[in-house]
Ligand binder design. Structure first.
Ligand SMILES: [Zn+2]
Length: 64
C-alpha cells in the first residue's frame, strides 16, 4: 500500500453507540472496504454501515 493511498484510507474504524445496551464501541472496516461492520458486545446485534463515494460524513453513528 502506497503512502498516498494509506492517507486516503486513514479512517479504519467508526465510533458507534448501541442504544439497545447503551454501550459505545468502535467498529471496523469490512475486508472489502465498502462498509463498517461490527456488533453489540452485549447482545450481539449486528450493524453494517455503508461507506459512500466520499466516505461516511459523520464519525459517529447510533444503532437503535
Ligand atoms: Zn445490545
Amino acid at each position: 500500500m502506497s503512502p498516498e493511498k494509506e492517507n486516503l484510507e486513514s479512517k479504519k474504524f467508526l465510533g458507534i453507540h448501541f442504544r439497545c445496551c447503551n454501550v459505545y464501541v468502535r467498529i471496523y472496516k469490512s475486508k472489502e472496504g465498502k462498509s463498517y461492520r461490527g456488533q453489540c458486545p452485549k447482545c450481539g446485534k449486528r450493524v453494517d454501515v455503508p461507506i459512500g463515494e466520499g466516505g461516511v460524513s459523520s464519525r459517529f453513528f447510533e444503532a437503535i
